[in-house]
Design a protein around this ligand. Structure first.
Ligand SMILES: Nc1ncnc2c1ncn2[C@@H]1O[C@H](COP(=O)(O)OP(=O)(O)OP(=O)(O)O)[C@@H](O)[C@H]1O
Ligand SMILES: [Mg+2]
Length: 219
């Protein structure tokens, strides 16, 4: 897979003032890259990930996926369903579904057979077997975050977008998550784009960027 962002610009208005969050971002994401992005709170990391994930839209600029321009709801949806896993900053688990159902959701949506073996492995890896039948509202922040990470990985999507994926994790689970990211990247050539304030996570990047004042710079 190859994703190409060209001159992505985005601003928000709070009624009075216009806030230019992204000022013409260019970024090439190639198969097997681990792209890590850091930057001050409010610099636009989540905005950028949401635009890459086509759940928000740029004011101007283009995104090409495998050289095809993403420009209508058909190819947005196809891109999301077939290629993308998302770990949101605020988890977005479905409260009415059990932990296990949340993790299996990508399979339930696509109607494919559930990869039970891989899911069992993930539950062991993240030490969550005892919570399989719990519901999200009864989990700690770190447990919710691990469930969200598992959900993003179950279908081994070619591109994972992870927004501050370790913000509520303890030391051991941060190390575990880093290990999982590296393993999935080397075993399945999964491409990762990670926004993070955690330097340990930032350092796994094969391409590292700072987002500041609307500009992405290579560091
Ligand atoms: N829907 C929106 N409407 C208005 N302003 C918004 C909206 N979404 C984001 N913003 C503003 O855009 C800026 C960038 O927000 P964003 O969430 O992308 O930052 P961030 O880098 O992810 O920050 P953090 O590190 O705290 O997660 C912030 O100033 C925020 O207030
Ligand atoms: Mg954010």
């Amino acid at each position: 897979m190859k994703l190409e962002l060209q001159k992505i610009a985005k601003s928000f208005s709070d009624g009075e003032n216009q806030l230019n969050v992204l000022n013409g971002i260019d970024l090439s994401i190639n198969n097997g890259d681990i792209i890590t992005i850091k930057g001050p709170s409010g610099s636009g990391k989540s905005t950028l990930l949401n635009i890459i994930g086509t759940i928000d839209f740029a004011d101007s600029g283009s995104i090409f996926f495998d050289n095809i321009k993403l420009n209508n709801s058909n190819n947005f949806e196809k891109f999301r369903n077939e290629n993308l896993g998302f770990v949101f900053q605020f988890h977005h688990l479905i409260p009415e579904l059990s932990v296990e159902e949340n993790v299996k959701l990508p399979f339930l949506i696509s109607g494919e057979n559930v990869d039970e073996k891989y899911i069992d492995d993930l539950f062991v890896f993240f030490d969550l077997n005892k919570k399989r039948n719990s519901f999200p509202n009864y989990l700690s922040g770190g447990e919710k975050q691990r469930v969200a990470i598992m959900r993003s990985f179950v279908k081994k999507p070619s591109l994972i977008l992870a927004d501050e994926p370790t913000g509520s994790l303890d030391e051991k689970q941060v190390i575990n998550t880093i290990e999982l990211f590296k393993k999935m990247n080397s075993q399945y050539k999964q491409t990762l784009v990670i926004a993070t304030h955690d330097n340990r996570v930032f350092d796994i990047g094969t391409k590292k960027f700072l987002l500041n004042n609307g500009v992405l710079s290579n560091i």
